[in-house]
Ligand binder design. Structure first.
Ligand code: NAP
Length: 351
């Protein structure tokens, strides 16, 4: 049984750590530790998915920023609206009449009877990270509407999809998880830097302990334009997650006025488990015991929330949950690799 569980851990997440990933970690309680975010503007990618949505919900519930932009794949109007109403409902117990009638009461998300005036407004932004054109349109749409950006959370991601490329010809995991986010961050840096002139401005880069599955050398630059079909699924995912740690390091050192952190959220049964189930027999076989090695979504967002709000974040670092630094692989620590990645990215994106 123990062997089976370990096999599943490795298949799902690549390596080490206890199920919660939180041994020895400082405790983080969103209801106690998230200070007021009044007047602030937040953008979360992949916020229709489990970790992104719950991050938006908890920031709205406890920090109440002025606006949260939910950036996710383009959907039709009613579908976007449904996602926004679900987030509003989970944050304040309002906005989703369907959910309220099913639960038999309003206020299921908590805080249902408090002051409407301080509630966060949610807005949807279409973003396909697999298309650099879509990323540019998303950034332009945001910049046209907002003067400031206080917290940017690069959370969206894919895992274990069949070999393929993005619209621009990059390996799918690398193109979506890393390159689309790198472009989005770069386009939003001027707004973040302007915001940092008045207050704290941050970028949270959602990586994974799965970065340890990257191929030799961390990133195979010569193979990135193509499917990387000769690599394993884990290597393709791991390569994109090493790159995200590199992005956090580079943004942190090049923009000292910003606070930038890369995070691993822990092991959580989310929408991602679906792709894993589709592609992996071992994940299908071990599905019944998956809850034993995973934490609930509310626990899985603590590192996102800590990195987005804690005064203790040191810019440029990678953190395992919650707030534990220096656990990244040797290759992810390599400054030469992140320098090379920065140069490669500048060239590819013509920045
Ligand atoms: N769950 C875990 O145990 C775990 C562990 C380590 C790291 N992480 C990281 O946590 C992050 C969030 O994942 P999750 O677990 O919350 O999974 P999830 O529920 O599947 O959420 C992923 C989100 O990303 C969106 N997305 C996918 N492709 C996109 C694209 N091309 N452009 C824009 N958005 C796109 C998805 O949209 P659709 O729903 O429309 O496809 C979804 O909303 C990921 O970066 C993941 O690598 C998760």
């Amino acid at each position: 049984m123990a062997q089976l569980m370990e096999m599943m851990r490795v298949t799902l997440f690549g390596s080490r750590n206890d199920a919660s990933g939180s041994k020895g970690a400082p405790s983080f309680d969103p209801s106690r530790d998230i200070a007021s975010l009044a007047g602030k503007v937040v953008l979360v990618t992949g916020a229709a998915g489990d970790l992104g949505r719950t991050t938006a919900v908890q920031l709205a519930r406890y920090g109440r920023p002025a606006r949260i932009y939910v950036a996710d794949l383009p959907r039709d109007g009613p579908e976007e609206d449904k996602i926004l109403r679900r987030i509003e409902h989970e944050a304040y117990g309002t906005g989703d009449a369907e959910a309220e009638s099913k639960s038999g009461k309003a206020g299921g998300g908590g805080g249902g009877d408090d002051d409407n005036a301080t509630r966060t407004e949610f807005r949807y932004l279409s973003l396909d990270l697999g298309s650099l054109k879509s990323v540019r349109a998303c950034a332009a749409g945001f910049i046209a509407r907002e003067e400031r950006l206080d917290i940017l959370i690069l959370n969206a991601g894919i895992i274990r999809v069949a070999p393929g490329t993005t619209a621009d010809g990059y390996e799918a995991h690398f193109g979506i998880n890393y390159l689309g986010h790198a472009l989005l961050a770069r386009l939003l840096v001027p707004t973040l830097v302007r915001t940092a002139e008045q207050s704290d401005a941050r970028v949270v880069v959602v990586s994974s302990e799965g970065h340890t599955m990257a191929p030799k050398g961390g990133i195979q630059f010569d193979a990135l334009k193509g499917t990387c079909a000769e690599m394993s699924y884990g290597q393709r995912y791991g390569q994109s997650k090493v790159a995200l740690i590199g992005l956090a390091k580079q943004l942190g050192s090049r923009y000292p006025q910003l606070k930038v952190a890369a995070v691993h959220p822990g092991r959580i049964l989310t929408g991602m488990a679906e792709s894993l189930r589709k592609e992996s027999l071992i994940v299908r076989i071990t599905a019944p015991i998956a809850p034993l090695v995973c934490v609930p979504v509310a626990t899985g967002v603590k590192n996102h929330l800590w990195a987005a709000t804690s005064p203790d974040v040191v810019s440029g670092k990678y953190y395992e949950p919650v707030g534990i630094p220096n656990k990244e692989s040797a290759v992810a620590k390599d400054d030469g690799l992140s320098d090379r990645l920065w140069e490669w990215t500048e060239k590819e994106l013509s920045l």
